[in-house]
Design a protein around this ligand. Structure first.
Ligand code: ZN
Length: 718
């Protein structure tokens, strides 16, 4: 808001000055000069409609700021940035005002004229412009003012041109528009081309000689966070990431800022090694990085005291007013917000709150496995559940029936979606929070970052460029099907194809594609959306999940009429998808020609890279699973357990796959409605490898452990 205000003030000021100057004929040329200098931010008017409002607003702000701050080179000390607009004189007699205005005007004219003089060729660096971080307000929601960074770095636009992100003409135009503030040009490009954000980050990093780090995909070391105080991180807008070989990696929007480096060295006596990250990601990451279980435990102590002070009637049955009072108590708000931040910090997908006879247990699901985090006093459960119900828009008085809702959790710049559900259990209501935000947060991985085995990746690339056919990804809920599908969509997403998705819920946002969320309350179901899709000229359709005959049939027909269809299904293995299609009623003669590929996947935990060690593989395991000569030393890997993986030895997950690509022989059998065993036999002959095979390959690659592969492919062992 502030910058809009600033820009308005500035324009007002110039207009006023101009009207006063009108009688003076000697400065005729000034009008035109001024007109060019007055911000006419094209970003505000021409910004594309697609990017989220926030991005758009920020870009507009940056563009406006860039224009306003352009005259800065006239400021004497190199590298000084002005944050606020000049103050208008508040009172005084007319003559004095006129003189002051005239003086100010002359200064402005001077600045404008200097600005019109061609820029010096030596790039001047500007330090980061810091604004105070408005820490948690009572609701615990975090806000920051825009951090407008002004950095001259002409190499960036050159690199953008070299990498064909923009044409040379566009590059020249941007250089002119942003008056040499190349950081503003970077921000503008991100707004215009959000799906190139990652690449733009790398280009900027390359152009200033620092590594770019995508904070949404980076695990942060708790020890690193402990080395810099939160207050310092907030004021300076930096995030400590990890310490390595005696130096501490720190993400900053302006890693070249020498003064920042000095401040870090003087205050903490450590060797910083800076990397580049986008300012808004830094602002979002600070509260997550600094949330720890310890400070939540401190809040619990306060909480207990506070809850005791809230009277409950003698019968021990709290009234609705009691519940509301508890739900709005300061420490319960702090605790719940902290709990969600901690879950994000530990990259949990779900939070379980489970009342027992005497206590409340809080568990996080991390990498697919539930881990106990807190055991709280039973007296806190009502406050906790009521608070969450309020956030989710549910009825706090209703405690005997299941309820569902959604929570929008607000970070500095991003809203995180959380699905809330409660079920009345024996000892009270059990709550599960699903952090849909955690997938948004991590961003869509590139297909090359998915650790596909080479042969599978090659086949996926080939199949996903096919003009038509159905490509199924199967697996139970939570097996990462959506992530895989989106990494494939990201791979094929180019401006010349129309991709449409129908999902429930939409878990990822991919710019440049059309995503539709099913809404059964207004009868907007899969079938209805799919029918309308076919009139929207799509090339690629993604169907969140196929459950019924109608969507299955539409998928087959769409595939046969020239569309590439991606869909998921709940089956245990790839080939069962064929059976399922036929079982739910699609005719085999439709199924056979429409399918092109079937892939099953499971998630296994990834060995923590921080504490990974190798060990000689047990002979019996080798005998059972591998063809080996019986003599060579074969090594497996495992995690010893460290603070980064909370002692589990695992950090994050990866998928293992089986991919079956249909050929004419298998198609023929499917069309004849042959048994799946016969189809499988033909598939195996033509090189199809089951899930476990891929898992074992990843054990040898040191990505996961043999125990994990055993855990998820148990049924495959004969
Ligand atoms: Zn570890």
């Amino acid at each position: 808001m502030q910058s809009y205000h600033t820009s308005k003030l500035h324009v007002m000021f110039l207009c006023l000055a101009l009207s006063l100057l009108a009688p003076l004929q000697s400065v005729q040329a000034l009008g035109s000069t001024n007109e060019e200098a007055v911000p006419r931010p094209p970003a505000t008017q021409e910004a594309p409609e697609k990017p989220p409002l926030l991005e758009q607003q920020r870009a507009a702000k940056l563009a406006a700021l860039a224009a306003i701050e352009a005259p800065l080179p006239a400021v004497p000390a190199e590298g000084v940035v002005v944050q606020t607009a000049e103050r208008m004189p508040s009172s005084g007699n007319g003559l004095r005002i006129a003189i002051v205005i005239l003086l100010l005007l002359l200064i402005t004219v001077g600045i404008v004229l200097i600005f019109r003089i061609p820029r010096m060729s030596v790039p001047v660096e500007y330090p980061l412009m810091h604004e105070t971080f408005a820490a948690d307000d009572l609701s615990g929601r975090l806000k920051t003012e825009d951090t407008a960074l002004r950095i001259v770095n002409p190499r960036f636009l050159e690199l953008a041109v070299e990498n064909r992100l923009i044409t040379p003409a566009e590059g020249a135009d941007m250089a002119e528009r942003f008056c040499g503030n190349d950081f503003a040009a970077l921000m503008q490009l991100i707004t215009e081309r959000p799906h190139f954000k990652e690449l733009l980050g790398h280009l900027w990093g390359d152009s200033i000689g620092f590594t770019y780090v995508n904070l949404e995909m980076t695990a942060i070391q708790p020890e690193a966070v402990r080395q810099i105080t939160r207050e310092f991180a907030e004021i300076n807008q930096i995030v400590p990431l990890y310490s390595f070989g005696g130096s501490l990696s720190i993400a900053a929007a302006n890693p070249k800022d020498r003064e920042l480096e000095e401040r870090v060295v003087n205050k903490f006596n450590l060797v910083p090694s800076f990397v580049f990250a986008f300012p808004e990601e830094i602002a979002d990451t600070i509260p997550i990085a600094y949330q720890s279980a310890e400070n939540l435990n401190e809040i619990v102590t306060e909480l207990k005291a506070e809850i005791k002070n809230i009277a409950v009637n003698p019968a021990n049955i709290p009234t609705t007013q009691d519940l509301a009072k508890r739900a709005n108590s300061h420490s319960i708000i702090e605790f719940v917000n902290g709990l969600i931040l901690l879950a994000m910090n530990e990259m949990a997908s779900d939070i379980h709150i489970e009342p027992d006879e005497l206590s409340v247990r809080i568990r996080f699901r991390i990498d697919g496995i539930l881990q106990e985090k807190f055991i709280l006093e039973k007296s806190l459960v009502l406050a906790l559940v009521s608070r969450l119900k309020l956030m989710a828009g549910c009825n706090i008085a209703e405690r005997r029936l299941p309820q569902d809702g959604r929570i929008k959790f607000v970070l500095a710049r991003r809203k995180i979606d959380i699905r809330f559900s409660t079920v009345p259990a024996l000892y009270g209501e059990k709550v599960v929070l699903r952090l849909l935000g955690s997938t948004f947060l991590r961003g869509i991985p590139n297909i090359t970052e998915m650790d596909f085995s080479v042969s599978i990746l090659d086949s996926i690339k080939r199949v996903s460029k096919a003009p038509n056919g159905v490509f199924f990804i199967t697996g139970p809920t939570g097996s990462g099907k959506t992530t895989t599908l989106y990494s494939i969509l990201k791979y094929i997403n180019t401006p010349n194809i129309n991709i449409m998705t129908v999902e429930d819920p939409v878990e990822y946002r991919l710019p440049g594609i059309n995503q539709v969320q099913v809404n059964t309350s207004i009868d907007l179901d899969f079938v209805r959306v799919l029918r309308s899709f076919l009139r929207q000229d799509p090339n690629v359709i993604l169907i969140g999940e196929i459950r019924d005959i109608e969507s299955a049939r539409i998928a087959s027909q769409a595939a046969l009429t020239g569309h590439l269809v991606f869909a998921t299904m709940h089956t245990n293995n790839a080939l069962q998808a064929v059976n399922r299609m036929i079982d739910i009623g699609v005719e085999p003669f439709l199924v056979a020609p429409s399918l092109i590929a079937l892939m099953a996947q499971r998630l296994v935990r990834r060995i923590c890279p921080n504490c990974k060690e190798k060990y000689p593989a047990p002979k019996s395991v080798l005998d059972d699973n591998f063809e080996w000569d019986g003599v060579s030393e074969i090594y497996f890997f495992r995690g010893k357990g460290c603070s980064q993986c909370h002692g589990t030895g695992y950090l994050g997950r990866l998928a293992i796959h089986e991919l079956f690509i249909l050929n004419s022989a298998t198609r023929e059998k499917i069309a004849q409605n042959a048994s799946i065993l016969i189809v499988e036999e033909i598939a195996l002959k033509s090189g199809f490898k089951p899930l476990r095979h891929d898992g074992l390959k990843k054990v040898l690659r040191g990505l996961t452990t043999i125990e994990e592969v055993d855990r998820v492919t148990y049924h495959d062992i004969e």
